[in-house]
Design a protein around this ligand. Structure first.
Ligand code: AQP
Length: 332
């Protein structure tokens, strides 16, 4: 079986609809076909300031949501990044292979550092794409299910894996990004030209999966569309309507064409009312399931401990191989 690896940050408490449609849905699907590793990336979270108690709580909330979304610990390995020290260890190695200019070209870093301001931007934020390289290579991952915003980081991973293999001999598998074209970028509901994002979206622009269902329904109803009337998928001229159609089609397993036919001659109001209902009906059981997992922290911690043990077995082997190739003297 091919390997899959991906990670998600525990920073916001609730995941948002972009996280789910762009990434988590694919995590669930790839459990069936892949030897899959998924982690809550707390090391990445601290690239910006975090309150310790909130971070700890949100790490469990993130794991609970992944289980609620359909990850099954019997079919994938679910763990917390800081439980597997090899990530930081291989991260350092990868930092030493990355050019300063190369890291400076990462657009996610440029966007995020611009938002934080130079004084509040940490070196950790600068090198977080390199830690992501280590995350992926430790598991010899073939496929990395992510949203479109992460494509450049997977490209960096390929470059560094090739560089390492070229310099020290074959060590790492070369991964491919696994991005679903239709849902790789879900847009902000209030500004459908930018991605839905926990740091850039306004509260009305983002659907948080753990919000009250009626709050999410209301946000769909007040989504920005355009001055036209026709319900048609046209990302260039109708980005708002197109985004709603993508969300609707994916959550209900229908096609965009079917939806266009269904809403022919109807107004935007009808589309929004129906999608608001679909949205509320989707988030309600998701919230309930998440709460059930959170009500049993001992079970959750056990799942994460077992996941970390499985992850360490693989990561430890890869790190030992890389250390040996580099020429580190083995500890006796
Ligand atoms: N709008 C989106 N559409 C599709 N996929 C998305 N992802 C994020 N936003 C969208 C994907 O979700 C996964 C987890 O993301 P993360 O934990 O790295 O969170 P993030 O990228 O920090 O999420 P945000 O909301 O985009 O945060 P900020 O605003 O801080 O950058 C990833 O696979 C990501 O591609």
């Amino acid at each position: 079986r091919p390997r899959a690896l991906s990670g998600i940050q525990p920073t916001a408490g609730s995941f948002h609809l972009g996280n789910y449609l762009g990434a988590i849905r694919q995590y669930v699907a790839l459990q069936e076909s892949h030897d899959a590793f998924y982690m809550v990336v707390d090391l990445h979270a601290i690239t910006v300031p975090q309150d310790p108690a909130t971070l700890r709580e949100n790490t469990r909330v993130a794991a609970a949501q992944l289980l609620a979304a359909g990850l099954d610990p019997d079919r994938c390995t679910l763990f917390v990044q800081s439980h597997v020290p090899e990530h930081a260890q291989l991260g350092w190695v990868m930092n030493c292979l990355t050019g300063f200019g190369e890291a400076s070209r990462m657009t996610q870093f440029k966007d995020k550092s611009a938002r934080h301001g130079a004084d509040r931007t940490t070196v950790g934020l600068f090198t977080y794409p390199v830690l992501q390289v280590a995350d992926i290579l430790l598991y010899q991952a073939n496929h990395v299910p992510v949203g479109e915003d992460q494509r450049q980081h997977v490209e960096l991973t390929r470059d560094l894996a090739e560089r390492f293999n070229g310099r020290f001999g074959d060590t790492f598998a070369i991964p491919d990004a696994y991005i679903v074209k239709e849902t790789g970028k879900i847009y902000d509901l209030q500004d459908p030209t930018i991605k839905m994002s926990k740091s850039a979206s306004t509260p009305k622009g983002i659907i948080n999966l753990l919000d009250e269902p009626k709050v999410s329904a209301k946000k769909i109803k007040s989504a920005v569309t355009d001055t036209g009337t026709e319900i048609r998928f046209d990302e260039e001229n109708k980005p708002g309507v197109s985004n709603l159609l993508t969300i609707y089609a994916t959550l209900t397993g229908t096609t965009i064409a079917e939806l266009e036919a269904k809403y022919q001659g109807k107004g935007y109001g009808a589309l929004k009312t129906d999608l608001a209902e679909v949205m509320a009906e989707w988030v309600a059981p998701f919230r309930d399931r998440t709460r059930e997992y959170l009500d049993d922290p001992a079970m959750l911690d056990k799942v994460l401990a077992q996941g970390a043990e499985k992850a360490r077995a693989v990561a430890g082997e890869t790190l030992a191989l890389a250390y040996d190739k580099i020429g580190f003297l083995p500890a006796k």
